[in-house]
Design a binder for this molecule. Structure first.
Ligand code: THU
Length: 133
């Protein structure tokens, strides 16, 4: 699975976003260590706190299907700019990124995306390793 293919999965998932309150549609696609792709979109709720982001939708789909190691994730929004994962999603991503080695693609368009890392966007993170200390 190359980066562009993953980005296209994220774009496709974005079309399923349910965002009647913010009109901010987001799509995510993550790749697991065995090459399986899980996609997600944001799903809002009239009780705003019940909203789930695209990244966590993809993550819960993967984990609930038995995939606990994520290697890449692409995130795209209809707003057209670069959309970074929110703090809660960063924390969920780090839980399933062994040694924080996941590649994160912040996508504006197929040929305009930023590749970043958890070290860059979630420095000093609290992980399961801290619980072992
Ligand atoms: N949202 C995501 O799905 N992912 C992000 O990375 C940022 C925010 C959603 C949540 C909410 O439905 C809308 O975007 C506005 O915050």
């Amino acid at each position: 699975m190359n980066n562009i293919e993953l980005i296209n999965y994220a774009k496709k998932a974005m079309n399923n976003a349910y965002a009647p309150y913010s009109n901010f549609c987001v799509g995510a696609a993550l790749l697991t260590d065995d090459g399986t792709v899980y996609t997600g979109c944001n799903i809002e709720n009239s009780s705003f706190g019940a909203t789930i982001c695209a990244e966590r939708t993809a993550a819960v789909k993967a984990v609930s299907e038995g995939h606990r190691r994520f290697t890449k994730i692409a995130i795209v929004s209809k707003a057209g700019g670069y959309t970074y994962p929110c703090g809660i999603c960063r924390q969920v991503i780090v839980e399933f990124a062994e040694d924080k080695d996941i590649k994160i693609f912040i996508v504006k368009s197929e040929d305009d995306y930023i590749e970043t890392t958890l070290d860059e966007i979630l420095p000093g993170s609290f992980t399961k390793k801290d619980l072992e200390k």
